[in-house]
Design a protein around this ligand. Sequence first.
Ligand SMILES: Cc1ncc(C[n+]2csc(CCOP(=O)(O)OP(=O)(O)O)c2C)c(N)n1
Ligand SMILES: [Mg+2]
Length: 356
Amino acid sequence: MVTRAAEAKKAVETSHKLDGAEALRLYRAMVRIRTVDERMMTLQRQGRIGFYGACTGQEAAFLAVAIALEPTDWIFPALRESAAMLLRGFPLVPYLAQVFGNSLDETKGRQMPSHPASRSVNQVSWGSCIGTQLPQAVGAAMAAKLRGDKAVMLAAMGDGATSSADFHTAMNFAGVWKVPVVFLCQNNHWAISVSSKGQTASESYAIKAMAYGMPGIKVDGNDPKAVYAAAKEAIERARSGGGPTLIECETYRMGAHSSSDDPTRYRDQAEVDAWAKRDPIERFHGELVAEGLWDEAKEKALREELLAEVNQAIATAEAAADPAVETLFDDVYANQPWNLVEQKNECLASLAAEKA
Ligand SMILES: Cc1ncc(C[n+]2csc(CCOP(=O)(O)OP(=O)(O)O)c2C)c(N)n1
Ligand SMILES: [Mg+2]
């Protein structure tokens, strides 16, 4: 059976323990994105941004994986892993500016909101089509293997993505070629309005690994230490040539699918209330206090500091101008061909004439 027994899980956690400083760094990252998500959802309701996707309730399920990666590893995210960029040092202002799509956005306003990416932290842009990032991650892992470099690829997905053809293509290729990839399935129980029951007849998502000849492990995605231990083990296996792993982090999407969704139309509040009691931030907070690493004074100071930081960053991001029009023509070719130069000049001339 692929689901790890309690004893084995404990053994892994002991050998891959988060040390105190890393635990506090992880906790801070979890509270930081919770603060960002709360503020950005409010901004959306105020009409200041068009769209936002939060990861509320899922902070441990991906940040505890991201913290186990090396900076040279790559993340191919799905919908809910954006904040791994912040954990890996990407600044908050351009992160938020991506949602506004303005001139402070590194991707120049070209992607949909809540789809950030940056080469500086090895995070690839999510294409928004469910599952497409999985074969891309496997291809990058194959390339790393051929080049002999030690990078590991994290291929993230939601439970819904396991029904896509790309999931099976990626898992099969990764299993056959033993490429250095870790598949992370954040089973948050919903794919918009389709529940996990409607998604698969398998007893778990982790068990699907068996068919592709790789280990599959199901962990409590709201338990940061268990997620970290499972991730560390899988990452080390991938890096040392042992091939891929599928990790299923069982968690829960506490909020709406996105700011465009109303979950009260398709799920019971009782279910949400039950999962609220398993909040990963509250759980981790309790553990850190019990270990003497944290206290209420530090908590109060952290919350105040992060709220001030986020509010300041929002003010800066929101005030930025639109991307300059000529940037529309950048980045497709290393050297702009004559016809593109002509189009750019025509476009700028016509805008100048409009203004005159
Ligand atoms: C190929 C494709 N089909 C459908 C959609 C519409 N869609 C966007 S998100 C989503 C559900 C994704 O669910 P899941 O993979 O569980 O991720 P979660 O939103 O729960 O994080 C769907 C069906 C899409 N983006 N791409
Ligand atoms: Mg889901």
